[in-house]
Design a protein around this ligand. Structure first.
Ligand code: HEC
Ligand code: HEC
Length: 222
């Protein structure tokens, strides 16, 4: 399947040792872009998140989790299972190079379907966020390295929803030694009681994203 082709492609990249140090942008375009998009904007069809501008410390943690079986260990979670296969096929130097590049790509602001969320109460979401999320993810959702909590802005609404469900059901964060994931398993189980609360808090997080400037050509009627 798709993953299989990718894996053989990665092996080929390793043969011959032509490239002394791996080329981050090249690796990104040949390996990551088909799922995460050429600008790291993500792809809803395969539920791949936007990763543009994601801090290197967080991407490194996730690659370690994926490679060491703390994330993507469960075939019932096909997205992270697939991502784990990719992470395991890369050499540490390749990971270093691509992670450094990912951090440099300008963050993509979610728009349209990637930003909207139906039947949500933003006010309720704001209260929940301020009471239960802000201390770790910061008031503006920008994340905090010292807590291992990633930025929540720059991610699509459907991705945030999915991840909260994965933490709540233990598909993510429940493995032994996943100290950071365990925090989210607790938060989702204690404080996100139902799908309504989940939608509310995600809807509020989406408002923390910068607004997209209206196109100057908007009214020309194209
Ligand atoms: C075959 C498709 C595919 C390819 C190729 C792929 N990814 Fe992914 N990636 C995904 C999917 C799907 C997810 C979402 C996993 C989940 O839902 O838990 C993901 C998740 C991630 C995450 C976690 C994001 C977060 O917010 O926790 C990072 C980081 C990531 N990918 C980086 C990369 C990089 C860098 C590459 C290239 C070396 C790459 N991916 C290649 C499909 C892919
Ligand atoms: C005690 C600190 C803490 C609190 C409180 C907390 N988080 Fe987190 N959150 C984290 C950490 C740490 C991670 C990274 C987990 C990992 O490394 O897999 C995370 C990850 C996430 C992710 C996954 C992001 C991604 O890119 O995959 C989402 C979504 C999230 N948190 C939302 C929330 C929401 C919503 C709340 C409030 C209801 C909340 N968090 C409260 C620490 C916290």
């Amino acid at each position: 399947m798709k993953t299989h082709c990718l894996l053989s492609m990665l092996m080929l990249c390793g043969i011959g040792g032509v490239v002394a140090s791996p080329d981050g942008p090249m690796l990104f375009q040949t390996v990551c872009a088909q799922c995460h998009g050429t600008s790291g904007e993500g792809k809803v069809e395969i539920k791949a998140p936007a990763i543009a501008g994601m801090p290197a410390w967080y991407v490194n943690t996730q690659f370690a989790n994926l490679r060491e079986g703390r994330r993507g260990h469960d075939a019932a979670d096909p997205q992270s299972f697939m991502m784990a296969a990719i992470a395991k096929a890369l050499e540490p130097e390749q990971i270093r190079a691509v992670v450094a590049y990912v951090e440099q790509i300008p963050m993509q602001v979610p728009v349209g379907k990637d930003r909207e969320i139906a039947n949500a109460n933003v006010q309720d979401g704001m209260r929940l966020f301020q009471e239960r999320c802000m201390e770790c993810h910061r008031y503006n959702g920008s994340g905090e390295m010292t807590f291992g909590s990633p930025p929540l802005i720059g991610r699509q609404s459907w991705y945030l929803e999915e991840q909260l469900k994965k933490f709540k059901s233990g598909k993510r964060g429940a493995m032994k030694n996943d100290v950071n994931g365990a925090k989210m398993v607790q938060v989702t189980n204690f404080f996100i009681e139902d799908d309504q609360m989940l939608r509310d808090v995600v809807a509020y997080i989406m408002t923390l994203n910068p607004t997209v400037k209206a196109s100057p050509f908007e009214n020309i009627g194209r």
